[in-house]
Ligand binder design. Structure first.
Ligand code: SAH
Ligand code: SF4
Ligand code: F3S
Length: 472
């Protein structure tokens, strides 16, 4: 048994890690042939991508996927810790699973992802969820086959969570959700320690993948016909710092752009280390998509300082303007937290002013949620929840207005769209995303999923565009 330990998780010494190849013990292959698994994923793209590995690891053991949790033999929750409601959702699901487990002792239930790295969560599981068969952390996810096997065999509660970074594992099996666009991890962990955020504790130190491993993965995706890659990391701008003297995200973007994959995206960029080199490369290659997620969090310098964000409103806006000037179609999206401890009405007004200036194409807005063990959780907070909810409402009213305005600007334009499928609302329509990452529902005949086609934009809504297939 290994338990999570925040003191360990906080350490940022020069990390020593190796890159290993994934290796499944022969005797485990197909051992659980025909058994069914249910996997539920919460949280960010990183978790979604981990789930693509989880599926493949389980299927190598012989499990097949089951979408109804009541019919599965193995149930696994890939959890998120970012806000209290992510916790609540996972515990709510555990409650439903508990009813099932009372009727059928044979099902095996596990929890992985960021909540597994939290001391408090694991303590609660040990006390109140003794029936839960296993917990496996984010650093040793590739040990899932062994942990599942021993949980099934031993019937004890297995807790395998490490608080320091283990090795980077290459060539883990993967079953990708889509056959035309793919996530590619480039850096794990986060060293920024924004005072409100739990991620540096749940995902560990920044560790970059070797550039040759990334380029090889992308070459294979291109061979398989993929049209788009999204490079993933909690802070992709830190790519390479731990491995190379003079090879960072700018150079990596250039090497990937030269491979001629039609679309390259990357999330998330911390404004603090967005270099001019990166900006230059984004401007140089048309297959680097004109859509950048640049979380601002707040428009008040007092709050930014207390959040430990390492930039000011002024330096953020300077960067924002530079990015906007790269290409006229550049779309910028953001994340904003309202109600950070001590946020005054004036501080909040500064956020609204910044939004008015930036007129974002998309924004994810949240009420601050205190997280276990983070410095901000100890700050005194005199703003009521009711006031925070009001601020969130005011902010959303404003951001929505700009989404609509930006979308309306697209009417009449012809946009390149990567087709994703039949529209969810109307079976006679298709949907896909433009280069600047806007959702379009459009009419057309003989459209093939996974191809890039041209669509004429005919109408705009707050969160999507309407259009028709454009044939020259
Ligand atoms: N690495 C990314 C953010 C990942 S978390 C970055 O730094 O940009 C995604 C978003 O969740 C953050 O940008 C922030 O807006 C929000 N978030 C993180 N911790 C939060 C908390 N404790 N309460 C509310 N929102 C939070
Ligand atoms: Fe969290 Fe800040 Fe790291 Fe983003 S950069 S994951 S907000 S600590
Ligand atoms: Fe959530 Fe962990 Fe991602 S906390 S947002 S799943 S890195």
């Amino acid at each position: 048994m290994h338990l999570p330990n925040y003191k360990e998780a906080k350490k940022r010494e020069k990390v020593e890690y190796q890159t290993l190849d994934y290796n499944l013990k022969k005797e485990l292959k197909n051992k659980y042939c025909g058994k069914k698994y249910f996997l539920k994923t919460y949280g960010c793209q990183m978790n979604e991508h981990d789930s693509e590995n989880i599926k493949a690891m389980l299927e190598e053991l012989g499990f097949i996927e089951e979408n109804d949790y009541r019919q599965a033999d193995l149930l696994l929750l890939n959890t998120c810790s970012i806000r209290e409601n992510a916790h609540n959702k996972a515990f709510g699901m555990l409650g439903r699973i508990q009813n099932l487990k009372e009727k059928n002792r044979n099902i095996v239930v596990g929890l992985c992802g960021c909540m597994a790295q939290e001391e408090g969560v694991v303590e609660k599981i040990q006390k109140k969820y003794k029936w839960l068969n296993f917990v496996i952390g984010t650093h040793n996810l590739y040990q899932l086959p062994q942990v599942v096997d021993s949980a099934i065999t031993n019937r004890n509660q297995e807790i395998e969570v490490y608080s320091h970074n283990l090795d980077i594992v290459e060539n883990a099996p993967v079953i990708r959700d889509k056959s035309y666009k793919a996530y590619v991890n480039i850096i794990y962990g986060c060293n920024k320690f924004c005072t409100y955020c739990i991620v540096p504790y749940t995902r560990g130190s920044e560790r970059s993948r070797r550039k040759e491993d990334i380029l090889k993965e992308i070459a294979d995706l291109i061979n398989d016909g993929y049209q788009e890659v999204t490079l993933l990391g909690q802070n992709v701008n830190a790519y390479g710092k731990d491995l190379y003297e003079d090879y960072g995200l700018g150079e990596l973007l250039e090497d990937i752009a030269k491979m001629n994959i039609p679309r390259i995206r990357f999330v998330t960029s911390h404004p603090w280390d967005f270099t001019d080199k990166m900006i230059e490369k984004i401007g140089k290659y048309e297959n680097i998509m004109p859509s950048i997620h640049l979380p601002v969090q707040s428009g008040s310098n007092t709050i930014l300082k207390r959040m430990g964000r390492r930039y000011t409103k002024e330096s953020y806006l300077e960067l924002f303007d530079k990015l906007k000037n790269i290409r006229k179609e550049m779309a910028i999206s953001t994340d904003i937290i309202v109600g950070f401890p001590g946020e005054s009405e004036e501080d909040f007004q500064e956020t609204l002013d910044l939004v008015e200036y930036c007129q974002y194409d998309n924004a994810f807005t949240f009420i601050y949620s205190p997280r276990e063990n983070t410095p901000a959780a100890n700050l005194s907070d005199d703003v009521s929840l009711n006031e925070k909810e009001k601020r969130l409402y005011r902010l959303n009213e404003m951001v929505n207005q700009y989404f609509l305005k930006n979308n309306k600007n697209q009417i009449g334009q012809v946009q390149k769209v990567l087709v994703e499928g039949k529209s969810l609302k109307n079976n006679n329509m298709y949907f896909g995303y433009t280069e600047s990452n806007k959702l379009v529902n459009f009419t057309g005949a003989n459209v093939e999923v996974g191809t890039i086609i041209e669509v004429k934009i005919t109408d705009a809504k707050t969160w999507s565009l309407d259009g028709e297939l454009y044939e020259r």
